[in-house]
Ligand binder design. Structure first.
Ligand SMILES: NC(=O)c1ccc[n+]([C@@H]2O[C@H](COP(=O)([O-])OP(=O)(O)OC[C@H]3O[C@@H](n4cnc5c(N)ncnc54)[C@H](OP(=O)(O)O)[C@@H]3O)[C@@H](O)[C@H]2O)c1
Length: 306
């Protein structure tokens, strides 16, 4: 029987289990995918802890996971877009991709370009569409200066590259260990913590046009203090600050289309976009993977593989 991640109650990492489940069956408009890679995301940890119960309640036993890349193992009735053996990437909106076999809607999948590695393909959806939406929201034009907080994280590491691609000067906030990676991608690295606003002023010659916040905890207020107009600030996490200051709040949902997935996969295939893979874990080590993620110091993505 195939293995899948499950949890039966809200709680800490230890509620996560990897259990045998009955083989899922694809319905009309669906395929069964043999998972080759499925990234993990901080939002899943928040859901598991019950922190998002009001907005997105869990029903138990709950599965987990949105990001998905794999090989079509079975097609549902009437499906013609994909055939058994096709290599796909995309997502599920059923919290179920952290599993050996995953039922996915064909509308949420695109073909995996052969040159996009499995771990990268399985990391693309959440971080990619979120970075895409956040960068689009602040409407960069060449010679703008934009600051990205959490610049080395799953979303931030992609946002900085998309912003560079748009012709902007990009200042990325990260810990010193990640400055070299940022600099090697054309980003001006700046350390966060005490004095960060002053360091940004210095790095930007006192003029910041836009701000992409992927970390929360006061960066929206800081962006306002730096003189950035609220309609050129996007936070993917600080809903309260977005409401208070009237900033953008575009995240994954604003760009969760197969067109965007195809575009991002194309950029990766062309070597214009890199998803750094911090580490891969076997599905059986899902708890270790989240222990790692929940340190909140990842460069890029952490990925589960079968
Ligand atoms: N709205 C949406 O659709 C959406 C979608 C995806 C994610 N999110 C949310 O967005 C956030 C980021 O997601 P992610 O996947 O990018 O997370 P992640 O990969 O875990 O990002 C962690 C990053 O945060 C940085 N960081 C830690 N402390 C910091 C600080 N004080 N100031 C600035 N940066 C700091 C770390 O940088 P260093 O390692 O350099 O310290 C690390 O690179 C999460 O809260 C997630 O829930 C929202």
């Amino acid at each position: 029987m195939p293995l899948a991640v499950r949890f039966d109650e809200y709680g800490d990492i230890d509620v996560l289990k990897v259990v045998e489940v009955t083989r899922p069956v694809p319905g009309p408009g669906q395929v069964l995918v043999k998972m080759m890679a499925a990234a993990i995301n901080p939002g899943e940890a928040s859901i598991r802890k019950g922190l998002l119960h009001t907005m997105w309640p869990a029903t138990f036993p709950s599965g987990q996971g949105s990001d998905l890349a794999g090989i079509v193992a079975e097609v549902g009735p009437g499906v013609t877009r994909f055939a058994v053996g096709d290599e796909v990437l995309g997502f599920v909106d059923t919290r179920s991709s952290h599993a050996e076999l995953v039922v996915a809607a064909v509308d949420n999948l695109v073909a995996r370009p052969g040159s996009v590695a499995w771990d990268v393909a399985g990391s693309l959806f959440v971080a990619g569409t979120t970075a895409y939406a956040a960068v689009r929201a602040v409407r960069l034009v060449p010679d703008d200066t934009v600051v990205v907080s959490g610049a080395a994280g799953g979303v931030g590491s992609l946002a900085v590259q998309l912003a560079i691609d748009a012709g902007a000067t990009v200042i990325g906030l990260a810990s010193p260990g990640h400055h070299q990676w940022l600099a090697s991608h054309g980003v001006i690295p700046v350390g966060y913590g005490e004095g960060v606003a002053e360091r940004i002023r210095k790095a930007s010659d006192g003029h910041v046009d836009a701000f992409v916040d992927t970390f929360g905890g006061g960066y929206v207020e800081m962006a306002i203090g730096l003189g950035v107009s609220p309609d050129r600030i996007d936070t993917i996490i600080d809903r309260a600050a977005a409401q208070e200051y009237g900033t953008k709040l575009d995240g994954s949902a604003a760009a969760a289309t197969t067109e965007v997935l195809v575009e991002l996969a194309g950029l990766i295939a062309e070597g214009r976009l890199e998803i750094p893979i911090a580490k891969t874990y076997p599905l059986a080590e899902v708890r270790e993977a989240y222990r790692d993620l929940e340190q909140r110091h990842t460069l890029g993505k952490i990925v589960l593989e079968p």
